[in-house]
Design a protein around this ligand. Structure first.
Ligand code: NZQ
Ligand code: ZN
Length: 388
């Protein structure tokens, strides 16, 4: 491991079937005004909403509600939340939902006390917050993004056809997150599977980069193996607590900064996937699955040794008598087999992408240089075509 780094993670996690019982004690750390933000109703159906209101009321909090956070939250919704949080003098933002609601809460937390255009400052200019930041707590109901223990916040601007993520520092990480695997049981299969692939992609984005012998890569391999095992169980029986709890925990570690330490990182699948999302509003994890195989086959020869290692250490392929080229190819075939087995989306066509969108999607794709090969705009278009 050759890189220097600082590691700290300020988020307190409460994990398991009784995790919510710790919310009351967490609430004592904050003032009386709580902004309860959530999506389009799943927490009402599941009964979580009633439980949260009951705990907040018992703790004598003044609740301001901010419902209707959409998947892929928008810059318009961000503006609405920032104004509300400021006007109500909010002390804590409590996000109940998936990555979209958690991401949104973080975006509101840095925008409420900023006087200018938050979209422009944090997402177009990538500036850091200098204003007061409202603390955030999360009650997670969908697994995948890792938003419960990181500084990521992804906002979509439909008018500009841009979907951009800002990875904030640990002053924006949730102060606490409540992770009860049972909350994920009510997820529709499509969302569950999208989450599984999102986790795999987060790990691969960090794994497929660098050439040194790095402990982070061994951690990544262990997480991928556990995900493959548990996802196979969960697609057959979504109520298998053991599998779903493993997956919830894997998702958190996949993107809470640990396995990226001392490494360069790729993130091109996410850059392309996010631009696809800006054009189609498709489910995040499925935008990644649709482009991953074409992308990895495109860069495989540039990172051959790591792709061969992926085949052996993650998929258990016997290296004897096989060249790196053969191993790398078999590893990607094993990845493809697993994706088909769990039911991930395998083509951009399925997400509504049409050839007329290629240029716009390529223009909205940030070209990063942390992976094994820096793509050109033309190569992005080639990957899009191969992903159809
Ligand atoms: O709106 P509700 O009613 O809550 O319904 C949601 C939504 O329709 C539903 N859902 C969530 N939990 C449920 C449930 N339905 C039934 N039962 C439950 N227990 O699922 C749908 C999807 O939820 P969403 O929060 O949109 O999904 P996800 O967690 O995948 O979040 C996606 C967003 O996170 C961003 C993505 O770009 C996207 O905007 N990401 C955030 C990252 C980060 N913070 O680091 C990294 C990721 O790469 C990703 O980019
Ligand atoms: Zn992701």
């Amino acid at each position: 491991m050759l890189g220097d780094f600082m590691y700290s993670n300020p988020t307190r996690l409460y994990f398991g079937k009784n995790a919510l019982s710790s919310l009351g004690q967490e609430l004592e750390n904050y003032g009386p005004n709580v902004l309860l933000t959530y999506g389009s109703g799943s927490i009402k159906k599941s009964g979580l909403y009633d439980e949260l209101v009951s705990i907040l009321s018992h703790c004598r909090k003044n609740i301001t509600e901010l419902p209707g956070v959409m998947s892929n939250p928008t810059s318009d919704k961000l503006r609405e939340g920032a104004i509300l949080a400021r006007n109500r003098n909010i002390d804590l933002i409590l996000a109940a939902g998936g990555g979209s609601v958690c991401d949104y809460a973080k975006a509101v937390s840095v925008s409420a006390h900023y006087d200018g255009d938050a979209w422009e400052k944090y997402f177009l200019k990538m500036e850091e917050p200098e204003c007061k930041i409202i603390p955030v707590g999360c009650v997670l109901t969908m697994v995948g993004t890792g938003s419960e223990m990181n500084g990521g916040s992804v906002i979509t601007n439909h008018a500009q056809k841009l979907k951009i993520g800002h990875v904030f520092g640990d002053n924006v990480f949730p102060k606490f997150s409540i992770l009860n695997p049972e909350y994920t049981f009510t997820l529709p299969a499509y969302q569950m599977i999208a989450g599984f692939f999102d986790i795999m992609s987060h790990i691969m984005e960090q794994y497929f980069s660098g050439t040194d012998d790095n402990t982070s890569d061994y951690l990544a391999e262990g997480l991928m193996r556990s995900l493959i095992t548990s996802s196979r169980i969960a697609v057959k029986n979504p109520k298998d607590y053991e599998a779903r709890s493993n997956i919830m925990w894997i998702a958190t570690w996949a993107l809470n900064t640990l396995i990226g330490k001392a490494k360069t990182q790729d993130w091109m699948v996410h850059m392309i996937g996010q631009s696809v999302g800006a054009y189609t509003n498709a489910t995040h994890g499925m935008t990644l699955s649709a482009v991953s195989l074409a992308y990895y086959r495109h860069i495989m020869n540039d990172g051959l040794k790591k792709f061969a290692r992926f085949a052996v250490n993650v998929w258990g392929i016997n290296p004897e008598g096989r060249s790196d080229e053969v191993l790398a190819d078999e590893g990607l075939k094993a990845l493809e087999g697993w994706m088909r087995e769990i039911g991930a989306v395998m083509s951009l066509k399925e997400l509504g992408v049409t050839p007329e969108m290629y240029d716009g999607i390529a223009d909205g794709t940030f070209l990063l240089d942390g992976g094994y090969r820096k793509l050109t705009r033309e190569e992005v278009i080639a990957v899009l075509k191969e992903s159809m």
